[in-house]
Design a protein around this ligand. Structure first.
Ligand SMILES: Nc1ncnc2c1ncn2[C@@H]1O[C@H](COP(=O)(O)OP(=O)(O)OP(=O)(O)O)[C@@H](O)[C@H]1O
Length: 325
C-alpha cells in the first residue's frame, strides 16, 4: 500500500497550517458581479496519533465540515499540508478511500430502497472486500450493534437509531484505519445513543481504529474522547483534554434535581448555586471541570430526592466563555 512504510504513527492524521478559501460570486447590480473570499479554514494544525479518538468541535460555520472534506479528499486545500495514514487525501484519493470510513448523522450513505443486506453486498463489491473478511466484519457489527433481524428491512423503514447503526456497519466493512463520525448520535434516544457509544469504545479498544468525532453533544466527547480539538472562524482555539477546555472557559454543568415537593432553592451545597426552580424541580449550576459525585451525595443526603440528571454546557456557550476571557 502506498506510503504504508512511511506512516508516522504519531501523526496518523497530520494537519499543518491547513487553509481553505472559497471564492463566492455575488450579483451586485443588473449585470455586475462581485467576488469575495470566505476563509473557511485559516491555518489549522493538529496531529492525531494512530488509535486515538479525538473530538473535533466548534460552533456552526466554524470550518469543521470543510476540514473533514479536505481530510476525506473531497475538497482540495488552498494551503498547508495534509496527510492521513501516510496518504495525501486529495492526490491519492483511491488509496485513501480504502483506509477511511465516514458516517454522517444527518444523511445516510445507504441505499434508501434496499434492505441493509443488499446495501452491504454493494459495499463489498465496491471495496472488493474478501468474502471471509466481509463475513467476519458483518457478523461482528450485527452482534455488537444489535442489527439481528434488521438485515432484510429496507433502509427507509428503519428508525433513526437503527439506520445510524446500519450506517456505522457500512463504514466499517472494509476495515478502515480511520473513522470520521459527523454527529453520530444526533436525534438518537438514550438507549440508541448508549449503544452507539459503547460500540465505538469497543471498536477503538479492539481494532485500534483512529476516530475523529464531530458533535454538538459534549457528553459524546466526555464518554468517548480524552482529547478535544476546538475550532472557530477557521482557527484552532483549543487542543487538549475536555476538563482543560472547561477550565479555560470556566464553563458550568447543571445538575437538575426533582424533589418530592416544591421547596425553597437548595442552598449551602458546596461549589453549586441554584439558578432556577420550577415546582419540585431545581437547576444547580456547578463548575464543569468538577466531579458531580460529591454534589449529588450532598443533595441526596439533605433533600427528598426523587430523580436527577446532569446537563452538559452547550459548545457555543463554552466557546463564548473562552472568548470572554
Ligand atoms: N462551498 C462553499 N462556498 C462558500 N462558502 C462555504 C462553502 N462551504 C462552506 N462555506 C463557508 O465556510 C465556513 C465554514 O463552513 P463549514 O460548513 O465548514 O462549518 P461547520 O463548522 O461544519 O458548520 P456546521 O456545524 O454548521 O456544519 C462558513 O462560513 C460557510 O458558510
Amino acid at each position: 500500500m502506498t506510503g504504508e512504510e512511511s506512516v508516522d504513527d504519531d501523526g496518523f492524521i497530520d494537519v499543518r497550517e491547513l487553509e481553505k478559501v472559497f471564492t463566492v460570486r455575488r450579483r451586485s447590480g443588473f449585470l455586475r458581479r462581485t467576488t469575495s473570499e470566505v476563509r473557511a479554514v485559516d491555518g489549522i494544525s493538529f496531529a492525531v496519533p494512530r488509535g486515538e479518538m479525538v473530538g473535533f468541535i466548534g460552533p456552526n460555520g466554524a470550518g469543521k465540515s470543510t476540514t473533514i472534506k479536505m481530510l476525506t479528499g473531497i475538497l482540495t486545500p488552498s494551503g498547508g499540508r495534509l496527510r492521513v495514514a501516510g496518504v495525501d487525501p486529495w492526490k491519492e484519493r483511491t488509496q485513501l478511500v480504502r483506509r477511511i470510513g465516514v458516517v454522517f448523522g444527518q444523511r445516510t450513505t445507504l441505499w434508501w430502497d434496499l434492505p441493509l443486506r443488499d446495501s452491504y453486498a454493494l459495499v463489498k463489491r465496491m471495496y472488493r472486500i474478501p468474502e471471509a473478511r466481509y463475513r467476519a466484519n458483518l457478523e461482528r457489527c450485527v452482534e455488537l450493534l444489535e442489527l439481528d433481524g434488521l438485515l432484510e428491512v429496507p433502509v427507509r423503514q428503519l428508525s433513526l437509531g437503527q439506520r445510524m447503526r446500519g450506517d456505522i456497519t457500512a463504514a466499517l466493512l472494509h476495515d478502515p484505519d480511520v473513522l470520521y463520525l459527523d454527529e453520530p448520535t444526533i436525534g438518537l434516544d438514550v438507549i440508541s445513543k448508549a449503544r452507539v457509544r459503547e460500540f465505538l469504545l469497543n471498536l477503538n479498544a479492539e481494532m485500534g481504529t483512529t476516530v475523529l468525532l464531530t458533535t454538538h453533544d459534549l457528553s459524546d466527547i466526555e464518554y468517548l474522547c480524552k482529547r478535544v480539538v476546538v475550532i472557530d472562524h477557521g482557527r484552532l482555539m483549543y487542543d487538549g483534554v475536555l476538563a482543560g477546555l472547561h477550565e479555560v472557559g470556566s464553563s458550568e454543568r447543571t445538575l437538575v434535581v426533582d424533589l418530592e415537593r416544591e421547596m425553597p432553592p437548595i442552598e449551602g451545597v458546596h461549589g453549586a448555586r441554584t439558578v432556577r426552580t420550577e415546582g419540585p424541580r431545581q437547576w444547580l449550576a456547578f463548575p464543569a471541570a468538577a466531579s458531580a459525585a460529591p454534589l449529588v451525595s450532598q443533595v441526596a443526603a439533605g433533600y427528598p430526592l426523587v430523580d436527577l440528571s446532569i446537563r452538559e454546557p452547550d459548545i457555543e456557550d463554552v466557546i463564548a466563555r473562552m472568548y470572554a476571557r
